[in-house]
Design a protein around this ligand. Structure first.
Ligand code: FE2
Length: 113
């Protein structure tokens, strides 16, 4: 997904923050470390994850790590939670590239049955 986002940002002519885009793309799902846990050899929702999805959890981790606000925003806004936010251009790119990646993988898995 980061490679896809990198290709998109390099195809754009307006000045965009490539550092924020790459950091946000690489870390967009970091909150899954809190949303899920391994239990009896399986990956399941954690107690934390039952209440808080990974975009919010990831934004909290990014803030705790003192990452730039632009990166925190990309992480927070990458999924449907960001649909009511004013996404930055970099966040728009990551959001759409994430869904391109997700939808294609989902279609392939569904096709395999
Ligand atoms: Fe995600």
């Amino acid at each position: 997904m980061t490679q896809l986002a990198w290709a998109v940002i390099n195809a754009r002519e307006e000045p965009l923050n490539k550092d924020s885009l790459v950091a946000g793309a690489l870390l967009h799902d970091v909150g899954k470390l809190l949303e899920y846990e391994r239990k009896d050899g399986k990956i399941v929702k954690s107690a934390f994850g039952e209440k808080t999805r990974h975009p919010a959890a990831g934004a909290q981790l990014a803030e705790a790590g003192k990452l730039p606000n632009e990166v925190v925003h990309i992480i927070a806004a990458h999924s449907h939670e960001g649909d009511t936010m004013n996404r930055t251009p970099e966040a728009i790119i990551v959001h759409h590239c994430d869904f391109i990646d997700f939808e294609i993988i989902k279609a392939r898995v569904t096709k395999r049955g």
